[in-house]
Design a protein around this ligand. Structure first.
Ligand code: AHR
Length: 327
């Protein structure tokens, strides 16, 4: 237990004792670091993509390596499950709560409850849209708007000096999720400068391979000419590749493909020329999260925003880094 928890202990002893009696549902029982370990309650979005699987592994491995007692709960893509998990963490009086919000809106009430219980909250991966930044100590993750812009910038360069219309179809992430909103906005912001770029269809593929494939099938049937696919993550792009091949077209050649993430399967398709460009989004947030959790638990000041460092990949670059790619 850290300094912050010790300071709060006297004030919350009676409440904690009574709440401990009703603790122990889906997040596992007990807490408060009886064995001296920091207890971190973490609510994960789900297991929708290769990125998410790598992110979960990074968090679990880092917790084990740094001696953090991790209470991990999978929300299976539902905000109500995340709210339930956060309430359960409060009841158990974990030292720190972290979560990757399924969607941007609707967190104020439960985060006020955490604040009233004096449990610091860390946002990981995805932001929330609350104007009250006192509801969380820090937010660690990518700049999704920038990722969308990088995708758009590649496209602008690729079609430089050409005047024919470029028909784009877009596979969006989960509706209401920060990466879906921001990747769409960043991309649109860059391509709007040139009227030859037209987004002729844009629909959610839920960040999954299955939905990416299904939606691409409908795009291929409804759109007479598709030049480019912009998918908000690798998994949807990989599903779409299956649909494109099944329709007798060559992904990466007949239809140029841009995706976001750079997980191993995406990088493999990139190295084979089936994807043309990937904007990296790193899932390896575990080590920084453990560090930040320890700091906020000890009452140390931390940066309100911790940005993840990321790059972009062409097919040639993918070939070079693939042998060492860990996820
Ligand atoms: O929030 C990060 C996004 O969520 C990843 O880009 C996507 O693959 C995941 O599902």
């Amino acid at each position: 237990m850290g300094k912050r928890s010790l300071a709060a202990l006297a004030a919350t002893l009676i409440t904690a004792a009574s709440l401990a009696g009703c603790a122990g549902d889906d997040a596992g029982g007990g807490s408060g670091g009886g064995d001296g370990k920091l207890v971190l309650g973490f609510s994960q979005v789900g297991a929708e993509s290769g990125w998410r699987t790598a992110n979960t592994k990074s968090i679990q491995d880092s917790a084990a390596a740094s001696g953090v007692d991790l209470k991990f709960v999978d929300a299976q893509g539902k905000q109500e499950n995340q709210i339930k998990a956060i309430r359960s963490f409060i009841t158990q009086r974990v030292d720190v709560i972290a979560f990757s919000p399924v969607v941007e809106s609707g967190w104020d009430t439960v985060l006020k409850e955490a604040k009233d219980a004096d449990i610091p909250v860390i946002l990981t991966d995805r932001a929330i849209d609350s104007p009250d930044t006192s509801l969380y100590k820090t937010f660690i993750g990518s700049d999704f708007v920038l990722e969308g812009k990088k995708a758009g910038e590649w496209l602008v360069k690729e079609y430089e000096g050409r005047n024919d219309p470029v028909n784009i179809v877009e596979l969006q992430g989960t509706p209401g999720a920060a990466p879906a909103n921001d990747r769409k906005a960043g991309f649109a912001d860059v391509i709007k400068a040139d009227p030859k770029f037209k987004v002729v269809a844009s629909q959610t593929g839920q960040f999954t391979r299955t939905d990416g494939k299904q939606v691409m099938e409908t795009f291929l049937k409804s759109q007479p000419k598709i030049d480019v696919l912009y998918a908000h993550n690798d998994d949807m792009g990989l599903g779409a590749i299956e649909a494109i091949e099944a329709a007798g077209k060559k992904p990466g050649t007949d239809i140029k493909i841009i995706t976001v993430d750079a997980v191993k399967d995406g990088m493999t398709a990139l190295s084979q020329g089936k994807i043309n460009y990937i904007v990296e989004c790193s899932p390896l947030l575990g080590p920084q999260l453990m560090d930040l959790a320890k700091k906020v638990n000890d009452g140390e000041q931390v940066e309100q925003r911790v940005l993840t460092e990321e790059t972009t990949f062409t097919p040639e670059q993918a070939k070079q880094v693939l042998p060492e790619r860990k996820y």
